[in-house]
Design a binder for this molecule. Structure first.
Ligand code: PMP
Length: 387
C-alpha cells in the first residue's frame, strides 16, 4: 500500500453530548435521530418518493404556502441561498441587497459570481430595512430581485417582511427571503406576504441534522425561471431539474442526484413534530423563551446588542458582557466545564458580541435557566485562556 490504513480509524467513534445553544446546529430530538437509522431504500424507490411527498407537505405547512415547487435541496443553507440566486439571476441582472450584517455580504458575493450586479443598501449593523427605504432603491433600479434575511443571525436582527412582496411586485422585482435562522420560530407567511423564493436550513429551528435546505418557489418565481435566456448556470441548483426529481410538475420522477435518504427520514420526523405542535404554538414558545432569556441576561449585567425590542430575533439573542469579562474565556469555559456551546459573534460581530441560540427543542424555560446558570458560573470563574 502506498498509504496505510489509518490507526485513528481503529478506535471506536465516541462523541460527547453537548447542549448546542449557539447559532446552530441545535440539538435534534431522539425521535429525529432514530428516524435516520431506519433501513436505507433506493432514492428512486416508491418508499423514498412517499417520504419526499410527506416532506413537501410538511414544508408547505412550515412555509405557509401552496407553491407546488416546494422541495428540499441536498445541501446546507448556503446551497439554498445559491439555488435561489442562481435560478433567478442571469449575467447583467441587478439585485438589491441590504448590507447590515454577514449574510447580505455573503449573498452579494454569490450574486457577483453569477455575473449579476449588486446594488447595496448600506445600513448600520443590526438595523433592518424599512419598506420606504427599500422602495426608494427598488423603484429607482427596478432590480430582478430584492434579497432579505428574516433573522440576520450575525447581528440577531429581525427583518420585517410584510408589505415588501407587494412593493417589489409593483416594480417587476422578485423577493428572495433567507429564513435559515427563523423558519418555525417566528411567523413567516410565504403566500400571504407574496414572498417569491424562501429557503431555510434543516439544522436550526426544525431540529433535524444539518445537510438539507428546504426551499419554495412562487409561481411568479417559476415564470422568471421559465423566461431565462439560458438554463440555470449550475446544474445542481437547477430548479427545473430538481422539480422533476421532487415530482413538482406532474411528470414522471427523473433522477437528478442521489438524495440523502436518511437525512430525508430525519427531516420528515422533524416536520411531523412541528406539525403536531403547530406553528402558532412553536412561534409562541420561541418568543417566551427569548423573553425569559433577555430578562435573565439583563439581570446578569449583559447588554442586549439590538436595542429596539421590535428588531430582536427570538431564535438568537446577541449581547455584550460587562466590560471586565472576557467573552472568549466564557465561551471556552462553558464548553469545557459544562458541555454547553455558546455562540461567538460572526463576521462583522466577531469578537464584539456573544449569541445564545434558542432553537427548536432548546426554546424552553429549562434550557434558558440552564444556559443562564452556566453563564453565571463562567463569568464568575472562567478558565484562564492560557490553561
Ligand atoms: N443564512 C443565515 C441567516 C444563517 O444563520 C446561516 C447559518 N448560520 C446560513 C444562511 C447558512 O447556513 P449553512 O451554515 O447551513 O450553510
Amino acid at each position: 500500500m502506498d498509504v496505510q490504513p489509518p490507526a485513528s480509524l481503529r478506535s471506536p467513534l465516541r462523541l460527547p453530548h453537548k447542549a448546542l445553544m449557539g447559532a446552530g446546529p441545535a440539538n435534534a430530538p431522539p425521535r429525529v435521530l432514530h428516524a435516520a437509522a431506519q433501513p436505507l431504500v433506493g432514492h428512486m424507490h416508491p418508499e423514498a418518493f412517499r417520504v419526499m411527498d410527506e416532506i413537501k407537505e410538511g414544508l408547505q405547512y412550515a412555509f405557509q404556502t401552496t407553491n407546488p415547487v416546494t422541495v428540499c435541496l441536498s445541501c446546507a443553507g448556503h446551497g439554498g441561498m445559491e439555488a435561489a440566486l442562481s435560478n433567478l439571476l442571469e449575467p447583467g441582472d441587478v439585485a438589491v441587497v441590504p448590507l447590515n450584517g454577514h449574510w447580505g455580504a455573503r449573498a452579494s458575493d454569490m450574486i457577483t459570481r453569477h455575473g449579476a450586479r449588486v446594488v447595496p443598501l448600506e445600513l448600520p449593523l443590526g438595523q433592518p430595512v424599512t419598506l420606504e427605504a427599500a422602495e426608494e432603491v427598488v423603484s429607482k433600479h427596478r432590480p430582478r430581485l430584492l434579497f432579505l434575511v428574516q433573522a440576520e443571525s450575525s447581528t440577531t436582527t429581525l427583518q420585517p417582511l410584510e408589505g415588501f412582496g407587494p412593493m417589489c411586485h409593483k416594480y417587476g422585482t422578485l423577493l428572495v427571503v433567507d429564513a435559515v435562522a427563523s423558519l418555525g420560530g417566528y411567523p413567516l407567511w410565504t403566500d400571504r406576504w407574496e414572498l417569491d423564493v424562501v429557503y431555510t436550513g434543516s439544522q436550526k429551528v426544525l431540529n433535524a441534522p444539518p445537510g438539507l435546505s428546504p426551499i419554495t418557489f412562487s409561481p411568479r418565481a417559476m415564470e422568471r425561471v421559465a423566461s431565462r435566456r439560458k438554463p440555470c448556470d449550475v446544474y445542481y441548483w437547477d430548479i427545473m431539474q430538481l422539480g422533476d426529481y421532487w415530482g413538482c410538475f406532474g411528470n414522471p420522477r427523473k433522477y437528478h442526484h442521489t438524495g440523502p435518504i436518511t437525512l430525508f427520514y430525519a427531516l420528515r420526523e422533524a416536520l411531523a413534530i412541528l406539525a403536531s405542535e403547530g406553528l402558532t404554538a412553536s412561534w409562541r414558545r420561541h418568543e417566551q423563551a427569548a423573553l425569559r432569556l433577555r430578562a435573565a441576561l439583563e439581570r446578569l449585567g449583559a447588554k442586549l446588542f439590538i436595542e429596539d425590542p421590535r428588531h430582536r430575533v427570538h431564535t438568537l439573542t446577541g449581547f455584550t458582557l460587562p466590560r471586565n469579562v472576557d467573552p472568549v474565556a466564557v465561551t471556552r469555559t462553558a464548553m469545557i466545564r459544562h458541555g454547553v456551546e455558546l455562540g461567538p459573534g460572526l463576521g462583522p460581530t466577531a469578537g464584539r458580541i456573544m449569541r445564545v441560540g434558542l432553537m427548536g427543542v432548546n426554546a424552553e424555560a429549562w434550557a434558558v435557566d440552564n444556559v443562564i446558570s452556566v453563564l453565571e458560573d463562567c463569568v464568575k470563574n472562567p478558565i484562564p485562556n492560557s490553561s
